[in-house]
Each structure stands twice: as structure tokens, then as C-alpha cells.
Design a protein around this ligand. Sequence first.
Ligand code: NDP
Length: 327
Amino acid sequence: SDQIKVGIVGYGNLGRGTIEAIKKCSDMKLVAIFTRRAPESLSINEPNVEVLHISSAEEYKDKIDVMILCGGSATDLPEQGPYFARMFNTIDSYDTHAKIPDYFGMVDEAAKAGGKTSIISVGWDPGLFSVNRLMAEAILPSGETYTFWGKGLSQGHSDAIRRVEGVAGGVQYTVPIEEAVERVKSGENPELTTGEKHRRVCYVVAKEGADRAKIEQDIKTMPNYFADYETEVNFITTEELKENHSKLPHGGFVIRSGKSGEENKQIIEYSLNLDSNPEFTASVLVAYARAAYRLNKEGQAGAKTVFDVAPGYLSPRSAEDLRRDLL
Ligand code: NDP
């Protein structure tokens, strides 16, 4: 068939979401999932999909058109990104903002050496939000761009809560402060720090006999994570944690408020409201996988970001169809 043959590296939240996202695309076929763990230890029931150890990926060089890298940004991708870019067209969701330039350089070198195309830092932020920040700024050079996150579950902050003494479990939601949002939407162009834009709401399960007042204090004063924010701590039971907080919702919005001439205020807004952050992020990765495949066919080797990919490459439909129906 002329379907695009896709592989997945890493079976976590994003890996699972990618399986679902590929099923929605009739022009794509999932060939194999690669993992560092023992493949038979993962209970994956996908007919016609191989589950293999990551060390056998090289043998699939001619059987897979695009590899979707679903590892974490902290330690997996800095290693897996350049390694796979040498052998496959790749997509990843590298999101350590400060290190993106270095990561781009490493992947670019590897991809060019192998004649492959790698689109890095794909997802919603970085990703779709980045595209919207760029467009808004280019269109309204005189103005301010604001990014608000949430309401959404932050994995990093939830991990931080769970490291506090006396805590058995917990989650943290990042919530935009309504008043700040309203000021921005009114075109006031306020100066706001991240802490003035967001509050942090925690749901915590305390260990038996633990000092709750101390837990609350330890969370609220934790540097970098909570100290600079308005933080709320709610104690709940293990059952409530499981029942009400096991999904991974997220979202947010990018707003640019500026003036076109001397007088007229113009507001651009793009927003996302997501039941599942990883499943949505995976859907973005899959659309960009189609683009990587096509760019490579055109001989455009090397690393790319969402800024380098024209929107038409994301769609399975022909340019002619798109002009007729969506323009
Ligand atoms: P996970 O922690 O679920 O998975 C990361 C890797 O850890 C997997 O690829 C897997 O590798 C391994 N792993 C997963 N579960 C287990 C387990 N139970 N035991 C041992 N190893 C396991 O991370 P997510 O999928 O939630 O997120 C991945 C990355 O996605 C994040 O680091 C973030 O950078 C990025 N992201 C980006 C977004 C964006 O908008 N750009 C939005 C959301 C996420 P293996 O199978 O090889 O063991």
C-alpha cells in the first residue's frame, strides 16, 4: 500500500496517545513500537503491530518512513533524538525551552549526515502555540504576546508535591488568574510575571499521622515551584485522587494585543481546551509526521521546527482540494 509507515519509540502516555492518533489517519499505518523495556513485559494488544526492543530499530530502516519519538525531554530525547535522526525521519516533542537551540544543532547534524528530515519540538507548547505567537507578532509588530496555561495538570509540579515529606500522593493544576486574563483581553497590555498570570491548586493525600499543616507549609514555600505563586492546598483521600484526578487535562491560550495604526486595538486569540494532554499532543505529532515524510521526499534534509513547515504539508488532502474547500 502507499500508506506512510510509522514507528513509535517509547511507550508512555505520549506513546499510547500516538497509537490512537494513527488510527484516525487512513493514510498512515503503525508498523512497530520500540521500547527499552522487555517488549513482552508490556501488555500491548494491537493486531499487526510489532513490539520490539529499541536495539533492533536499525533493522527497520527500510521498513519505516517516520519514527515518532515519545520519550521524555529531560533525559530520553537528548540521547534518542540524534541517534534516531541519523537513521529515520523523526518527530519529537522536546519541550525544554532553554535548550532547544542546542538540541536543534545536535539533531540537525545527525539528520543531515543520514539524509533524513527531523521536525523537533512539536506539540502544543512548544508547537501550535509557537506558530500562533509567531504569526501574531508578525502581523501586529506593535503589541504584546501573552501565554496562559491551564487549567491543566502539570506533571513536574505533581512530581514535586509527591517528594514532600508525609505525602502519599497528589496532583497539581495550573490555573490562569481570571483577572489577569481580563486585563489582557481588554487591550490594556499589562506587565505580568508568570506568577501574576497563574495560580497553583494542589490536591494532596497525606500519609497516616502526617502533619498536614507542615505539608501545606512545605509545598507553599517550595522555591521555583510554588513560592512565587498563589498556591492552594486541598487534602483528599486516595479514592478521591484516583476517581477525580487520574486524567491529564490541559490547555491554555495565546493572546496578542496590539495596535495596527495609531488608534485601533486588535486582539488575536488562540485557545485549547484538552481532556487529555498526551493524546492531543500525539495527534499533533502524527500530523507533523506526514509533513516530515513529504519534506524528505522533496530532499529537504536536516532538523526543522514548526516554523519551517508550511500548513499544507500537515493535511492528507491535496493542495487542489485544500484550495477548493478550506481557503
Ligand atoms: P512518560 O513518562 O509517560 O514516558 C516517557 C518514557 O518513559 C516512555 O517513552 C517510556 O520509554 C518510559 N516509560 C513510560 N512508562 C514507564 C513505566 N511504567 N516504567 C518504565 N518506563 C516507562 O512521559 P509522557 O509520555 O507523558 O511525556 C513525554 C514527553 O512529552 C514529556 O517529557 C514532554 O517533553 C513531552 N510533551 C510535550 C508537549 C508539547 O506540547 N510539546 C505536551 C506534553 C508532553 P520506554 O518504553 O523506552 O521504556
